[in-house]
Design a binder for this molecule. Structure first.
Ligand code: LMR
Length: 338
């Protein structure tokens, strides 16, 4: 009886150790599996975002040799504006970096960045993004399955049109202006008496060239790399708003990554962020100079009085969105100016 019992237990323990070994083996195989991830974006590679993504790939593959492969798809090659967030949630792409104006369907809080003339300069934007309130906004969409990993700068926006005269708000009255998909930007141009049109980034050049719209607002690097200056007559140096990015990933995918891969990717993201943010101002200044040199669109510098007129004309947008965005949030963004 005792012998029979010990035979049964030793058979059972053999089976147990075999299954433990199988689990360990499967675990080891999984741990060694290469993670292939796609990073898709809509701009050219010679832009702050384009360069940031390449830096992320370089650092991630250096820190995690043989463990990750980063496939980069610039210029809306894989997904354009209207598809990239859905693709991220469907698991068809793992990293995207839309501008902060493109998250309205998922959170109203990021609308704070679209308020005209909120930030004095990009340093103020940086202080806000890296302070506790800005950092908390990275998690404002986790309930919707989107995790923010970092902010990346592009820069301040300028306004361009196909008209010779562009100095004062009345100069764009009645004109059609391309905007990103943001209700704040829609309200901004309506306040100016213009007609805003939401158009995907990849279609803007053609829309400007064919006259579907008369103008647009963007940073120097986007204007230059997309050749908008070749199909516009005047670019006014308004610096009226910010165009920055949030690098986001699929929260469920991120949380399931093996911890060493997750922390390696986070480190690569931190390095790419520092690199891209340092580069942004310089790249935009260089592209502004290139646009001037190209001599196609005329760059119109504005006086203090001109800027004050634009600021005043856009003021109604603030009260319209104050409740939706939250007064406290707006106040803490404003504090970053000092
Ligand atoms: C735009 O749509 O104008 C920008 O958001 C494009 C970009 O990603 O910089």
């Amino acid at each position: 009886m005792r012998r029979k019992f010990s035979l049964v237990t030793s058979v059972a323990s053999l089976a147990l150790s075999a299954s433990i070994a199988m689990v360990l083996f499967a675990g080891a195989a999984q741990a060694q599996q290469k993670v292939i991830l796609k990073f898709s974006h809509v701009v050219a590679e010679a832009t702050p975002k384009g360069r940031g993504v390449l830096k992320f790939r370089e650092v991630a593959e250096r820190l995690l040799p043989g463990r990750v492969q980063v496939l980069v798809f610039p210029n809306s090659q894989l997904f354009g504006d209207s598809k990239e967030l859905d693709a991220l949630l469907a698991g068809d792409v793992q990293f995207i970096a839309p501008s902060l104006s493109k998250f309205e369907r998922y959170t109203r809080k990021l609308q704070v960045f679209d308020l005209p003339f909120l930030f004095d300069d990009i340093d103020a934007v940086d202080r806000f993004q890296h302070g506790p309130v800005g950092r908390a906004l990275l998690d404002s969409m986790t309930g919707r399955g989107i995790k923010g990993l970092a902010y990346w700068h592009n820069g301040l926006k300028e306004l361009s049109t196909d008209r010779e005269r562009l100095r004062r708000p009345e100069d764009i009255r009645g004109l059609k202006i391309r905007i990103q998909p943001s209700d704040v930007l829609d309200a901004q141009f309506r306040a100016l008496g213009a007609i805003p049109e939401k158009i995907a980034f990849s279609e803007v050049f053609q829309a400007l060239q064919s006259g579907v719209v008369n103008g647009q607002e963007n940073t120097w690097s986007n204007i230059y790399s997309q050749r908008f200056h070749e199909v516009q007559k005047t670019i006014a140096v308004t610096n009226h708003g910010v165009l920055d990015y949030m690098v986001v990933t699929n929260a469920a995918w991120w949380n399931k990554l093996p911890p060493d891969i997750r922390s390696g990717l986070q480190q690569a993201m931190d390095e790419a962020t520092a690199y891209a943010n340092k580069l942004a101002l310089d790249l935009n200044e260089k592209d502004r100079a290139r646009i001037v040199r190209a001599g196609r669109a005329r760059v119109e510098p504005l006086s203090k009085e001109d800027i004050a007129a634009w600021r005043k004309a856009m003021e109604p947008v603030w009260s319209k969105f104050e409740m939706q965005i939250g007064k406290d949030l707006i106040q803490s963004a404003l504090k970053s100016n000092s």
